[in-house]
Design a protein around this ligand. Structure first.
Ligand code: GDP
Ligand code: MG
Length: 252
């Protein structure tokens, strides 16, 4: 069955770059067939050749003129239009013979995740396959403190709750950081993280309790460090995605 991977994350974290690098890795190392969807109507440049490009269906410059909207308003409008057309946009995908469908989402994560489009997208994708996962891409520069590490876990869990699919957190741009605070996996590091935040008052205590519960239930406990640019860690990312989509492995 086809595996569908949605790349989510804040603007500039490297969703499009990782979509590109992962697709290259899948083609080159697995000889897999890949279908790439670009769902960002506002992007000027994407580092891969999309098989389905939302820009062919939606012209944000025309929407901007027609409704008199600025840069944020036009994106919100575009997301609502795409959400309403979702069934038609993805209709033909059921006839496509491919191993992986990679979905690159809009630069601004909030216009995607806080609107109807995220839910409608997952609904359509679930009609195509039971193997739908999201990769939550964060910039390594954002992960500097123990609290930031907690933030990744909590955000991933929130995204999972919102979309109803497994979410794999990924730290990208590892080529730009000298060293990361946390280097192992979250399971072996849980004590270090909790130890370091627990004593920071009531807030720290609350955070450590939340983390304890999340990690108790988490399927993907490893957080791969990757560089979409330098092609680092892509195999590790794939292993986690594979274990989730084939439900065959232990992720600890
Ligand atoms: P998106 O908005 O999440 O789709 O982010 P992009 O893929 O467009 O990347 C934003 C910027 O970060 C671009 O200038 C990329 O070249 C750069 N970038 C992406 N991944 C990496 C990486 O692994 N390392 C470095 N150094 N830069 C990266
Ligand atoms: Mg992008």
């Amino acid at each position: 069955m086809v595996a569908i991977i949605i790349f989510l994350g804040p603007a500039g974290s490297g969703k499009s770059s990782l979509t590109s690098s992962y697709s290259r890795w899948l083609r080159e190392f697995l000889g897999a067939r890949i279908f790439i969807v670009n769902l960002d109507p506002a992007t000027e440049f994407i580092p891969y050749k999309p098989d389905l490009d939302i820009r062919d269906l939606i012209d944000i410059h025309r929407i901007s003129k027609e409704f008199g909207l600025g840069p944020n308003g036009v994106l919100v409008k575009a997301m609502d239009i795409i959400a309403n057309e979702m069934i038609y946009i993805f209709e033909d995908l059921k006839y496509i013979d491919t191993d992986f469908i990679l979905i690159d989402t809009p630069g601004q994560m909030e216009v995607f995740i806080f609107r109807d489009i995220a839910i409608k997208l997952v609904n359509e994708l679930k009609k195509l396959s039971n193997n739908v996962v999201a990769v939550f891409v964060l910039d390594a520069d954002v992960i500097k403190r123990y609290e930031d590490y907690a933030f990744i876990s909590i955000m991933s869990t929130a995204l999972q709750a919102r979309m109803g699919i497994d979410v794999v957190p990924v730290i990208n741009k590892i080529d730009l950081v000298q060293s990361l605070l946390i280097v192992g996996d979250t399971i072996s590091d849980i004590d270090i993280v909790i130890e370091n935040i627990r004593n920071k008052g009531l807030y720290g205590e609350m955070l450590s309790n939340i983390l304890n519960i999340i990690w108790q239930y988490a399927k993907a406990t490893r957080v791969p460090r990757v560089s979409a640019k330098e092609f680092i860690g892509i195999e590790e990312l794939h292993r986690i995605i594979h274990e989730l989509t084939c439900s065959c492995g232990d992720l600890t």
